[in-house]
Design a protein around this ligand. Structure first.
Ligand code: MG
Length: 165
């Protein structure tokens, strides 16, 4: 087998009047994330981790935020398209680990639902997906509740069968 690792990171600003969607899960909060699409910071980080692992560039190349077709788009589209491209090249996901950085809302109660939704989107077993949450310790843009960040790391594998070379 061959293995590759991919890293993703994303930031979106918190503003009033937008829904807060993390990992495909709508979370009740007085602020939401600003962005061209649904601004799902976690799914964007996961999309970049997947693309990065397979050497396929980044989310901005595939889904430019200047393209009107992605206005308010469900970010599930991005993560699924990234996975489709990996699958086409023979890659499968071994595991995915993520961290969401948010001062508020408190995400501990939401982590299981987020991990379950991410696993569902990617057709993975729940045991292959881990979601962590951290605050910003009241400092910086996260701590001041100006933004939410997400990090994702993914391991992918494929057989060394010559058809993939
Ligand atoms: Mg983004």
């Amino acid at each position: 087998m061959s293995f590759r690792v991919g890293l993703g990171h994303d930031t979106h600003r918190l503003i009033a009047g937008r829904p807060l969607i993390l990992g495909g899960v709508r979370i009740e909060h007085d602020l939401g994330l600003d962005g061209h699409s649904d601004a799902d910071v976690l799914l964007h980080a996961i999309t970049d981790a997947l693309l990065g692992a397979a050497g396929l560039g980044d989310i901005g190349e595939l889904f430019p935020n200047t393209d009107p077709q992605w206005h308010n788009a469900d970010s599930a589209l991005f993560v699924r398209e990234a996975q489709r491209r990996l699958t086409e090249l023979g890659w499968t996901i071994v595991n995915l680990d993520c961290t969401i950085h948010a001062e508020r809302p408190t995400l501990s109660a939401h982590k299981p639902a987020i991990a379950a939704r991410v696993a569902e989107l990617l057709g993975l077993d729940r045991s292959q997906v881990n979601v962590k949450a951290k605050t910003g310790e009241k400092v910086g843009p996260i701590g001041r509740q100006e933004a939410i960040n997400a990090d994702a790391v993914v391991l992918i594998e494929r057989s060394d069968d010559p058809c993939w070379k």
